[in-house]
Design a protein around this ligand. Structure first.
Ligand code: ATP
Ligand code: MG
Length: 435
């Protein structure tokens, strides 16, 4: 399955807003921010707030499309809630006071608001205003929306924004049994989303943090740059975040006895049992089969889009730039013609490249490096930094052999093939993936 994206299907590089940089700003310490800034994917406005430039926006929209497909597949209905929340709503659950990272703002008349850090209060308010019977349940509502959190440490680029996009799904059930069943369904959908983004995850079990004492699960993507440390068993699925675990690496697994290992990782998703915590406090009720009126049983399920994007870069890069997985690459193919000393030859090379561009853009997304002022070195450096899934180089040398060079970003060596072979091979790949 391939998430469809019409946006920016093809681009001519001389006109594209891709201003690559040789060096990352000194104050950026994380690899994801360094490479995304250098590659022209993002711009930093201030600590924890980034713009997605055209290239970054393409990748963000691809992640969004994958999440939307997987959430709709598990019965999710998409909606959109405001970021501006009245103080009174947050006071109902006590979180106006208890949530440290809540941004609070005042209007001209002195009324206070929170900038939404999460949306349990708002979604519960929407549901309680409506008459809900057991026949309306289960109900699964989600959004992809901007969250604001007054994060103390935001030095890790897209991994920890003060303003960031989250997919948050809230589920409503008539019974605990039904909620539990859906929780497992959501868990599988989460694993699918991350797998399609090229991330394998360890699922750690934890207590519910600020939400409840009930169980929650984190989806942890192992990588050296992760802020979290996960203790896990390589043999069974026992895994815990070290923050809460009473086990250490080297000790036997409490479930199967195998020796436990540890790995640094990034939390890309988190799902929670809410039970009736919010519905009781806020009076969100439903009428059950026997006519009795009860608080609705809830769960919530979050993942950060920017954090996923940043994690993908942390996991998939080399010293030259980003190595996007196929489904997230901003372009399927980057066509790179090289200037030669002979003007006539340069004309032929670029004519050949332009022809290829016109043919390929019908079936796949293409970036065409039409710049005649850039050297081969500059073009290769840009191509590796940007990280389109594969690259076609056309030069005097390849033309003399009536061939082109075809190479995936993840591969070291290029193949010499005829233009026709390249077109056929690529068209087959993308036709296959679309079906
Ligand atoms: P952390 O422990 O990393 O601060 P959290 O546990 O507070 O995160 P949740 O409330 O569980 O975060 O949010 C759900 C998901 O939203 C997280 O799993 C993560 O993918 C994403 N997320 C949370 N905070 C941020 C942030 N500051 N920037 C980007 N994404 C975030
Ligand atoms: Mg979390």
């Amino acid at each position: 399955m391939r998430a469809r994206l019409i946006l920016y299907a093809y681009m001519v590089q001389s006109r594209a807003f891709i201003k690559t940089k040789k060096e990352a700003p000194k104050d950026e310490v994380s690899v994801n921010a360094q490479l995304l800034l250098r590659g022209g994917y993002i711009d930093k406005l201030t600590s924890g707030a980034y713009s997605f430039l055209p290239l970054g926006f393409i990748v963000l929209k691809k992640i969004e499309a994958i999440i939307r497909e997987e959430m709709n597949a598990i019965g999710g209905q998409e909606l959109l809630m405001p970021a501006l929340h009245p103080k009174e709503l947050w006071e109902e659950t006590g979180r106006w006071e208890s949530m440290d990272d809540l941004y609070k703002v005042k209007d001209r008349q002195g009324r206070e608001f929170a900038l939404g850090a999460t949306h349990e209060e708002v979604i519960t308010d929407i549901v309680r205003k409506r008459t809900i019977s057991y026949k309306d349940l289960p109900l699964h509502l989600y959004q992809m929306q901007t969250k604001f959190r007054d994060e103390l440490r935001s030095k890790s680029g897209l991994l920890r924004g003060r303003e960031f996009t989250m997919k948050d799904l809230y589920s409503f059930h008539a019974s605990e049994e039904d909620r539990k069943k859906y929780y497992e369904v959501a868990k599988k959908a989460y694993v699918r989303v991350f797998a399609r983004c090229g991330l394998s995850t360890i699922i750690t079990e934890a207590s519910g943090g600020s939400f409840s004492k009930d169980v929650s699960h984190e989806f942890q993507a192992p990588t050296e740059s992760g802020e979290d440390l996960v203790i896990f068993c390589g043999k069974c699925d026992w895994a815990r975040n070290v923050e809460i675990a009473d086990k250490k690496a080297g000790e036997p697994c409490p479930s199967c006895g195998n020796i436990l290992s540890e790995v640094k990782s990034i939390e890309v998703g988190n799902i929670f049992t809410l039970g009736t915590r919010f519905s009781s406090l806020m009076n969100a009720l439903f009428t059950d089969k026997d006519g009795s009126v009860k608080p609705i049983i809830m769960g919530c399920y979050g993942m950060g889009l920017g954090r996923i994007l940043g994690t993908v870069v942390e996991v998939n890069h080399d010293d030259r730039g980003i190595v996007w997985p196929r489904e997230l690459a901003p372009f399927d193919v980057h066509i790179v013609p090289l200037v030669s000393k002979d003007v006539k030859m340069t004309k032929r090379v670029f004519a050949e490249a332009a022809k290829m561009y016109r043919v390929l853009r019908g079936t796949m997304t293409v970036l065409y490096d039409d710049r005649e002022t850039a050297s081969a070195g500059e073009k290769f450096a840009d191509a590796d930094l940007i990280g389109a899934f594969q690259r076609i180089v056309i030069s005097e040398k390849t033309l003399k052999e009536r061939k082109v060079e075809l190479k995936k970003r993840s591969e070291q060596k290029a193949k010499m093939v005829t233009a026709k072979q390249a077109i056929t091979a690529l068209a087959a790949q993308y036709r296959k993936r679309k079906s």
